[in-house]
Design a protein. Structure first.
Length: 407
């Protein structure tokens, strides 16, 4: 089978907005088995209703907000310029000016329509999903040839973009550039995408997209942190949770020999720290809980809005509840984590909370079956703005997976 695959479906398939992403003529099972983290895939008209998801004016207004991460990238022949947030209107070139791009990170945190698009990729673990970045580019705009160390889905939302892609075994970067641009990029495939087309790229595949006229692209990114980085964060987190211990003392242990070698590290202090480190012996469950707390921590720019408490319980009993689009929630065999915190041990095995994490919402019938402790915790989350009364337009329950449309 070739390293790169191309699917062109005619007529265009009907896609249900609340459903998971489908791969017409291929199916999700086959995609995961043959393509995920293995080789690229281009699917024509995979998400035909994507056009009009968000317009240019909305994206520009979002980019100028103080709580949004955004960049403007300009190319002048072989020279590149990058302007980071906070942005002002003066940082945005004229629309007709060629060769510039606006990148807006985490649009799903600020726009419910984009958040629903991210939900359509939940055939992959939530722990791996990161966010959706949206780029708007003028004619000839792009960010140059580069390579990502994580998976990415690129969905064309507006206009046309010409892509060049190819594997990169040992990336070498161009010196003196404000971006990590590949020095000797040798693409294997070139093609033009249109609104609704989807391009999947596994880690290690170089790509260079150039706008053919004004265009907009949604980039669905995934978390792929190095093991050493995760370990450092986890060790620091678990160390913070240790019970207070006695301070180091060398009473009765300092002798006359110290004066001859005062710079020598005392063996007794080494033993003291080694004993303190030995107390940090997490089991698998401890690791899972700590990792879940780490992965659900809200991004720095996220601020939840507290809900009105008057009549809150009645509203939830009548209409159910849904998680806020910015809330992250995971569960393991013996823990439930949300927004950087674990639920109390008495609720750590709650099937209702696991259902909420999977479905992102609970209907009134599920609320009626909840016990007093579960209800109180859920109402607390509503008061914090982590959840809201009402299950929303898409209802509660798992995202509509539908038939897996395997060919």
């Amino acid at each position: 089978m070739p390293a790169f695959s191309f699917i062109d479906m005619l007529p265009r398939p009907r896609v249900v907005p609340s459903s998971l992403i489908r791969f017409p003529g291929l199916g999700r099972r086959r995609f995961l088995r043959e393509y995920w983290q293995r080789k690229p895939l281009l699917v024509r008209a995979a998400v035909p209703e994507l056009q009009g998801l968000i317009d240019r004016r909305e994206l520009f207004r979002l980019a100028l907000r103080d709580d949004v991460e955004a960049r403007v990238i300009r190319r002048d022949d072989a020279r590149w310029q990058v302007c980071h947030a906070p942005l002002s209107r003066r940082d945005l070139p004229a629309l007709r000016s060629p060769h510039w791009t606006l990148l807006v990170q985490g649009v799903d945190l600020h726009d419910e329509r984009v958040a629903q698009l991210l939900q359509r990729f939940r055939f992959l673990p939530d722990a791996r999903l990161d966010d959706i970045m949206i780029s708007w580019a003028s004619d000839g705009g792009g960010v140059g040839p580069h390579v990502d160390e994580y998976d990415v889905f690129l969905l064309q939302a507006q206009g046309r973009r010409r892509w060049r892609i190819g594997p990169v075994a040992e990336p070498r970067m161009q010196p003196g550039q404000p971006l990590k641009l590949l020095r000797d990029f040798r693409p294997e495939q070139e093609f033009t995408v249109e609104p609704g087309d989807l391009l999947y790229l596994p880690p290690g595949w170089g790509h260079d997209g150039i706008a053919d006229g004004e265009c907009m692209t949604c980039s669905v990114g995934f978390r792929a942190p190095p093991g050493d980085e995760l370990l450092r964060q986890l060790l620091w987190k678990m160390a913070e949770e240790l019970e207070p211990s006695p301070r180091y003392s060398d009473r009765g242990k300092v002798g006359e020999a110290v004066a001859a070698h005062p710079a020598r590290l005392p063996d007794d202090m080494v033993r003291f720290v080694a004993a303190a480190f030995a107390r940090l012996r997490p089991g698998r469950r401890d690791f899972a809980r700590a990792l879940g707390e780490l992965l659900t921590e809200p991004k720095q720019e996220v601020v939840f809005e507290a809900a009105q408490t008057a009549g809150l319980a009645r509203r939830v009993a009548r209409a159910g509840l849904r998680l806020d689009r910015r809330s992250r929630m995971l569960w393991s065999a013996a823990a439930v984590m949300i927004n950087g915190e674990s639920v109390p041990e008495t609720l750590a095995r709650s099937s209702l909370l696991r259902r909420l994490a999977d479905a992102r919402g609970l209907d009134a019938a599920a609320w009626a079956r909840a016990d007093a402790a579960e209800r109180e915790l859920l109402l607390q989350w509503c008061r914090l703005g982590w959840a809201h009364a009402g299950i929303g337009a898409h209802g509660a329950g798992r995202a509509d997976a539908g038939a897996d449309d395997d060919a």
